[in-house]
Design a protein around this ligand. Sequence first.
Ligand SMILES: [Fe+2]
Length: 303
Amino acid sequence: MSDTLATLNSPAAYSSIADKLEKGLIVQFPRCPFPMPDEADQEFLRTEMPRHLSRKNISYHPETGAVHGLKGDRAMTERVTSILKNHSAQVQEFFKANAPTLTQNWQVATCSFRPMEEAGRNLSAHASNELIHVDAGAYGATHGDRVLRFFVNINPNQDRVWISKGAFPKLLATHGVAAGLTPGGMGSRIEESPVGRFYSAGLRGLSHFGLPLSQVLDTSPYDRAMRRFHNYMKDTPEFQNSPEGLERFSFAPFSAWSVFTDMVSHACIAGRFALVSTFVVPMANCRRKELVPFNILKGSAGH
Ligand SMILES: [Fe+2]
């Protein structure tokens, strides 16, 4: 029995997903709970994308409607756009039907396809999926809002393999001091100053005019603390190599899973051909306030 994994076998169980995610569980579905891209589109992604990849992944960006990471002709770009956009819509519909509390005012972020074998990709440490981490900073500043992801393994022959060392509350309690976050570290300065808030609001205003760079430039004490924890995990071999709390999960062909990746530590150590949908969920949507990383960081500073 895993402390970190919950399996939802039937539609009757789907409505428990928000609570399980908020608890810091990886929720898995033995079979993707909604229609996947059809066989021809899957085969197209699996055979064509590895040869036409120009970045780490191929990603559909709903805010602009553009696909990044692909070097292909117009027809190919349009087909990929349509597949990823439709898949994102399926994931959104699933969450709206089964976890409506999480979806209010959420931000639908990228839907990406990961065409390369994850084992031995030799990416730099901070970009590597093979090192255990919690997600931080990949979508600019969240100011405490949550990073929710939904994964589907569309490799017909190969599992996608993850390892984890559990969720944020325990990780911070165990490693917060070494990471320089507690006590009295960055966690104690998690509340934003009025100037910081003004700066962020100004950047958000700019981003309405289509300047996504402003989101990247944005930051907050919370985001800096989470980034620090992310980097501590990836830069600390003792953390990566110790067997303490280590769990391993194999996600079978055509299975799916979802998790708050800002909360549950994870690394993908093997596997190829996954669809990954990302959402930023307002912190206020979470009902288990005591488990929200922002609140834990704040509490750990003695507030
Ligand atoms: Fe991650």
